[in-house]
Design a protein around this ligand. Structure first.
Ligand code: C8R
Length: 244
């Protein structure tokens, strides 16, 4: 009856509102790690992919999927710190594909070019207390369930480390076809912009979707907000509309 369904809904594997774990998650992580260390960056061949996969799984398996902490991911991050050479980092917000293209064409690097960014890109994952398996039915949604889920906390910690380590002149590709090109609630706005320790200059590129009217620009208030965060950190700032 109704009570039975209610109980099942709130205790079962289906109770969260986000996408479930990606099928074959562990296998994909292992395979991507091998590909990355052997083919994409052969200079990283000495990395222990078995250890890295183990550390990734141990971070969240058998744990309450709403109680992720940065510390859970520390052992994993210690095995594969996300660093790129000075002057090479590209950040983005709501422009992932375009930013990747932009970076690739110029010999620059996004977080997906580092090992952990590469491993996790496009995947979802969460565990279940009392089980050694992933939950393939559903995972917590940031808004509807909890912000401290393993997926979100992973990207936050990794992005924080990536920003902390960026140095010299770096770039950010932002979306000028949305209301706030700089969104202070995004990972770029909330985490990365506040953790640019050794960055001397940030160059922002505001991309406008050719099919849509521009909704924000370098002179808009959201960009002014970014500028003031950077001023407070002594990071020089430039902004240009339309990268296309
Ligand atoms: N970064 C954050 N999130 C990332 C990511 C990444 O590199 N790679 C993926 N796949 N994701 P958004 P944002 C996933 O709102 O919040 C770093 C995560 O699920 O367009 O400002 C990167 O260095 C995450 O919730 O951008 C970049 O500079 C969304 O995609 C910012 O942080 C992020 O979607 C981008 O984060």
């Amino acid at each position: 009856g109704a009570i039975g369904i209610y109980k099942w809904r709130y205790t079962g594997l289906n109770r969260w509102h986000g996408k479930g774990s990606t099928p074959n998650f562990q296998k994909i992580i292992q395979e991507r790690c091998d590909t990355y260390t052997q083919q994409i960056r052969p200079d990283s061949r000495s990395r222990d992919c078995q250890g890295i996969t183990q550390a990734f799984m141990s971070a969240f398996i058998s744990k309450d999927p709403c109680k992720a902490t940065k510390e859970d991911y520390q052992p994993l991050i210690d095995l594969a710190y996300p660093t790129v050479p000075c002057g090479k980092a590209v950040f983005w917000s709501k422009t992932k594909e375009l930013a990747r293209e932009y970076a690739k064409g110029r010999g620059l690097l996004t977080l997906e070019d580092t090992l952990l960014g590469f491993l996790a890109d496009g995947l979802s994952w969460c565990g279940e207390p009392g089980s050694s398996d992933l939950n393939y039915q559903s995972c917590p949604d940031w808004k509807k369930d909890c912000s401290t889920n393993y997926f979100s906390v992973f990207w936050e910690v990794l992005s924080e480390r990536f920003a902390e380590n960026a140095c010299g002149t770096v770039q950010v590709v932002l979306n000028g076809s949305i209301e706030n090109a700089f969104d202070k609630m995004s990972i770029f706005g909330r985490v990365e912009a506040h953790n640019l320790r050794s960055v001397v200059m940030l160059q922002a590129w505001l991309v406008h979707d050719p099919g849509k009217p521009p909704r924000d620009s370098c002179s808009g208030s959201s960009i002014k907000e970014l500028e003031s965060i950077l001023n407070g950190r002594n990071v020089r700032f430039t902004c240009r509309d339309n990268l296309r």
